[in-house]
Design a binder for this molecule. Structure first.
Ligand SMILES: NC(=O)c1ccc[n+]([C@@H]2O[C@H](COP(=O)([O-])OP(=O)(O)OC[C@H]3O[C@@H](n4cnc5c(N)ncnc54)[C@H](O)[C@@H]3O)[C@@H](O)[C@H]2O)c1
Length: 322
């Protein structure tokens, strides 16, 4: 293996991280506007068992939404739903099993959810993992690609009919895709999406987060062209102190600790960008954006490449069996 294929993505990723930390050193987390009540609305938050997903699910339930926490950790998920339910009397929280690394599990989840006969107004594609060693999912995909991107791609597509039906002009359904500043370091290896030729966990994570931005823009374009009231946005929460960093190398873990206390955002602060895209009235009718700290930002140059968007979409349909 060429050592540069490991070193270059690693340096690019850390460069992105340092830039975010410098930004966070001088800018406070943005303040959410007053959010409208969500009574009567139904949402799904993937990875809502802990971290930013949990904070999002809690806030949504506090606003009156019926929230489904979708995750692969049953105990944690049931406990999260119980706690939210006890704290937020106005809304409702339930746990539904979903393992995003399994296309079969995604299909089963959608079947179970649709079996409930509920509408769906919000889908937050939040679950994710970072910097795990090379491993293949049961479907034979690289794990970052599968969990962070392809599982969410399939989930969204299978729920799209419901999202289209549940939205209306002036009251759109919303999809929020959790990206990251690391997408700026991402490269889509169209001929080697599973990174078999030269695996780098840093490169694989960055690729998955760039793929989510390409997916966001392409899907919004389709929804707009077909006249469906569905708004799709990608969000970037900054650097947030969560369990996501548990897979960092031990040296990086040790270096991270003092910074995490002072410079990282809290999970609640990180979740506020999801809440903004998911519920703010300012975001009604607004889609196809990359949002950071409460503002629309330019995403990576490659993410605006419409040919790349279309190619990735086509390939993802094939891989997900759509
Ligand atoms: N923490 C940060 O600094 C940061 C920065 C940018 C983007 N993000 C993104 O934010 C999202 C949430 O991460 P977090 O920081 O709250 O970390 P976290 O580890 O606290 O949360 C990750 C969630 O994903 C779930 N998950 C993991 N594997 C799953 C699977 N196979 N199927 C279903 N769910 C699964 C976990 O159970 C957990 O609920 C991720 O997509 C992450 O990439 C985080």
């Amino acid at each position: 293996m060429n050592p540069l294929s490991v070193l270059v993505p690693l340096l690019k990723l850390y460069y992105c991280g340092i830039r975010v930390l410098i930004y966070q050193m001088f800018h406070r987390s943005f303040t959410l506007p007053v959010l409208q009540k969500q009574n009567g609305r139904v949402g799904i938050v993937t990875g809502g068992t802990r971290g930013m997903g949990y904070e999002t699910a809690k806030h949504l339930a506090r606003l009156g939404m019926h929230v489904f926490i979708a995750g692969n950790e049953k105990e944690e998920g049931l406990a999260a739903a119980r706690t939210i339910q006890e704290e937020c009397r106005e809304g409702k929280a339930e746990f539904l099993f979903l393992d995003l690394t399994s296309l079969n599990s995604v299909r089963k989840f959608v079947e179970t959810f649709k079996g409930r006969g509920l509408p769906l107004h919000l889908l937050v594609n939040n679950a994710g993992t970072m910097l795990i060693p090379e491993m293949q999912t049961e479907d034979g995909f690289e794990a970052h690609f599968s969990l962070n991107y392809l599982g969410h791609f399939l989930l969204t597509n299978l729920l799209l009919d419901l999202l289209k039906r549940s939205g209306s002009p002036g009251c759109s359904s919303r999809i929020v895709n959790m990206s990251s500043a690391t997408h700026y370091a991402g490269v889509i290896h169209m001929k080697d999406l599973n990174r078999r030729q030269s695996y780098s966990s840093h490169g694989a994570y960055a690729q998955s987060k760039l793929a989510l931005v390409l997916f966001t823009y392409y899907l919004q374009e389709q929804m707009t062209a077909q006249g469906f009231p569905v708004m799709v946005n990608a969000v970037d929460p900054g650097m947030v102190d969560t369990a996501l960093y548990n897979n960092l190398w031990s040296l990086a873990q040790a270096l991270k600790k003092p910074f995490a206390k002072t410079l990282f955002r809290t999970p609640t602060e990180g979740a506020s960008i999801i809440m903004y895209a998911a519920t703010a009235s300012e975001m009604e009718g607004v889609g196809g954006c990359y949002l950071y700290n409460g503002e629309k930002r330019q995403s990576a140059q490659d993410s605006y490449d419409s040919e790349l968007q279309a190619e990735l979409w086509k390939m993802s349909c094939q891989l997900a069996g759509l």
